[in-house]
Design a protein around this ligand. Structure first.
Ligand code: IPE
Ligand code: MG
Length: 221
C-alpha cells in the first residue's frame, strides 16, 4: 500500500492524512476483490523496517490501525471476511495485540475471502522465524523440504500469491513475501495507494490474465 505520503504531499496534507486515506481504501479494494472472486488478499500494512520512521508517524499509524479494527471489525465479519495476521507479534503494543486477537477469533470461520494483514512483517524476518521454529521442533535436516519451510512461514497454509500489485511506481519487492513470491506475477502502477480503486484493480487483473505463466517450464498448457 505504497504512496500514502506522496498522496498527502500532493494535497498539502500531513502524512498521517495520507495513511488515513490509505486505510479507508482497503475497504474499497477488498469489496472489489470479493466481487472479482479473489479468495485471498494480502495487504502490506507495516514492515519490520517501518519502525525506523519518525516516532510521531509510527505512533499515528498504530492508532489508525487500532481505530480501523474498532470501526470495521463487525462489518468485515458480517461480510464473511476472515482476518489473519502475517508478521511478528512481538513489538506490537499489548492493546493492539488484544484487538488483533479479538479480530482473528471472531472471523476465524469466515470463508468468503481471507484478508491477510502483513503487519510488523518482513520477508527475511519471516524466514528467520521459520528456521528457528523448524530447529526448535527438532526437524531433521534430511526432512527439510520446500513444503516444510512453507508450512512454517506466517502464511502457513495459504496458497502462494498469483499477483503482486505494487502501487506508487516503485520497482522493488521491499521485503514482501520473499519466499512465497517465487513465481508471482508483478504489476506496477504509478497510482498512489489511496487512489487505487476498483477500476485500477480491474486493470491489474486484466494485465495479469494476459501473462503467460510458465513456472520455469516451456509450456504449461
Ligand atoms: C505506505 O505509504 C504506507 C506504510 C508504510 C504504512 P508510504 O508512507 O510509504 O508513502 P510514501 O512512500 O511516503 O509516498
Ligand atoms: Mg513508501
Amino acid at each position: 500500500m505504497d504512496g500514502n505520503g506522496r498522496w498527502a504531499r500532493q494535497r498539502r496534507l500531513p502524512r498521517l492524512a495520507g495513511h488515513r486515506a490509505g486505510t479507508e481504501n482497503i475497504r474499497r479494494v477488498l469489496t472489489g476483490c470479493v466481487e472479482f472472486g479473489i479468495k485471498v488478499l494480502t495487504i502490506y500494512a507495516f514492515s519490520t523496517e517501518n519502525w525506523k520512521r519518525p516516532e510521531e508517524e509510527v505512533k499515528g499509524l498504530m492508532s489508525i490501525f487500532a481505530r480501523v479494527i474498532d470501526r470495521e471489525l463487525n462489518e468485515l465479519h458480517r461480510e464473511g471476511v476472515q482476518l489473519r495476521p502475517v508478521g511478528r507479534m512481538e513489538g506490537i503494543s499489548k492493546s493492539l495485540k488484544a484487538k488483533v486477537h479479538q479480530a482473528i477469533d471472531l472471523t476465524k470461520d469466515n470463508d468468503r475471502i481471507v484478508l491477510n494483514v502483513a503487519f510488523n512483517y518482513g520477508g527475511r524476518a519471516e524466514i528467520v522465524d521459520a528456521v528457528k521454529r523448524i530447529i526448535r521442533d527438532g526437524v531433521q535436516a534430511e526432512d527439510v523440504t520446500e513444503e516444510v519451510i512453507g508450512r512454517y512461514l506466517y502464511t502457513t497454509d495459504c496458497p502462494d500469491p498469483d499477483l503482486i500489485i505494487r502501487t506508487s511506481g516503485e520497482f522493488r519487492t521491499s521485503n514482501f513475501l520473499l519466499w512465497q513470491a517465487a513465481y508471482a506475477e508483478y504489476y506496477v502502477t504509478p497510482t498512489y495507494w489511496p487512489d487505487f480503486n476498483k477500476e485500477e484493480l480491474y486493470k491489474a487483473l486484466t494485465a495479469y490474465s494476459q501473462r503467460d505463466r510458465r513456472f520455469g517450464e516451456v509450456q504449461v498448457k
